[in-house]
Design a protein around this ligand. Structure first.
Ligand code: PLP
Length: 395
């Protein structure tokens, strides 16, 4: 037996374990310190009532012979795909049912999609970004190029004449920077992809947070995007499904290469390697799109949005540069006084007892930046914002 040699090329993922270790160490040394965690990317509000009711109902169906379900369709039940189709149609994006594939979350599909592409392809990944894109490709042995996201381009890298790649990852609204592409910017990416015969893997996991005019929630808002872009999305952030697990991927019929349809290839891949998402979970996800579901979910999103606004206001008052927070639950701040990300982490923990995430954990361009999340409790976030403001004022 020979092992996949590329696993040895992976960088150890020290970020969250180092944070946990540092926080434990600090708490042991300062048991009286009331530490507030604004570091996690996980949601904290429970599932909405209509979702819970739908889950219960589906559980009961599974217990009766007449309504029991066994293996479901690999691509997902029509009821959920139709609900997703409606969700896009409300924004003026027309999807065919056959283009929508239900998944157990965005993370799996972001990796699984790579099955469809040659390992000879070159991949372009923004820096900083959700680390999974890099590791998925390192595991497969693909060549990875990075495009710098920085304050000069508002953390939204754009293609130019020198941009060369076969596969491009775009994440908008971005984790960790919270920056969101406008429709006009995505149109440039689509134009570039067409000219270079490249495919865009568009991660829309945070689309539900987009609130500014002009920002896109789906890459398919751009004309012609269906010829070059696969969109990966999730119920994790919109509806708190991080532990329930459900997402979806759109693979348009129009993406063709070497006489093959990417949609057909993905269907073939899924029917071979995937047996679908539980019926119960899909019924829960369907309830997200009901009138009552949408109403409750909007309330939860507004709760997180208010947290983001509270953090942003503290930074505004302190005169600290940041982006995100408007179309995203993440606020991406520049560390004050030229501090490094980890230096600021230690300083903030010690001075204000706040835990955040050092930006360089998401890529070298994250050096000197710091991520704060709005997924926490409102009162605790308010308290953290006060402490943050006070701490920054001492510098
Ligand atoms: N994409 C991005 C950018 C994320 O930040 C996350 C999770 O934090 C995911 C995908 C994973 O989503 P899921 O829970 O659907 O696997």
């Amino acid at each position: 037996m020979q092992l996949n040699p590329h696993y040895a090329e992976l960088n150890e993922s020290y970020l969250f374990s180092t944070i946990a270790h540092k926080v434990t160490e600090y708490q042991n040394a300062h048991p009286e310190a009331d530490v507030i965690r604004l570091g996690i990317g996980d949601v904290t509000l429970p599932l909405a009532k209509p979702v819970i009711e739908a889950l219960h109902k589906a559980v009961d169906e599974m217990g009766r012979k007449e309504t029991f379900r066994g293996y479901g369709p690999e691509q997902g039940y029509d009821f959920l795909r139709e609900a997703i189709q409606g969700y896009y149609a409300d924004r003026g994006v027309a999807l065919e049912l056959g283009e929508i594939f239900i998944s157990d979350g965005a993370k799996s599909d972001l990796g699984n999609l790579l099955d469809l592409f040659s390992v000879q392809n070159t991949v372009l990944v923004p820096d900083p970004v959700y680390p999974v894109y890099v590791d998925d490709n390192v595991m497969a042995g693909r060549t990875i190029r990075y495009m710098a996201a920085n304050a000069e381009n508002n953390f939204l890298p754009m293609p130019d004449e020198s941009t060369e790649a076969d596969i491009v990852y775009l994440c908008s609204p971005n984790n960790p920077t919270g920056a969101a592409y406008t429709k006009a910017q995505l149109a440039e990416w689509v134009k570039w992809a067409k000219a270079h015969h490249a495919v865009i893997l568009y991660d829309a996991a945070y689309e539900c947070f987009v609130s500014e005019e002009g920002c896109a929630r789906s890459i398919y808002e751009v004309e012609g995007a269906k010829e070059v872009a696969v969109e990966v999305c999730s119920f994790s952030k919109i509806a708190g499904f991080t532990g329930t697990r459900c997402g979806y991927t759109v693979v348009p019929f129009a993406i063709q290469s070497e006489g093959q349809s990417l949609n057909k290839m993905w269907l073939r891949r899924q029917t071979t390697k995937f047996n679908g998402v539980p019926y119960i979970v899909q019924r829960g996800a369907e309830a997200v799109f009901t009138e009552q579901g949408m109403r409750e979910i909007q309330q939860n999103l507004d709760y997180y949005r208010r947290n983001a606004a509270v953090i942003a206001a503290a930074l505004d008052e302190a005169g600290v540069w940041y982006c995100g927070g408007k179309n995203s639950p993440y606020v991406w701040m520049r560390c004050p006084g030229n501090m490094g990300s980890w230096e600021f982490f230690d300083w903030l923990l010690d001075t204000a007892h706040i835990v955040g995430t050092p930006g360089e954990g998401f890529g070298p361009c994250g050096k000197g930046y710091f991520r704060l999340t709005a997924f926490g409790d409102a009162q605790r976030t308010q308290e953290a914002a006060e402490r943050l403001k006070d701490a920054l004022a001492t510098l």
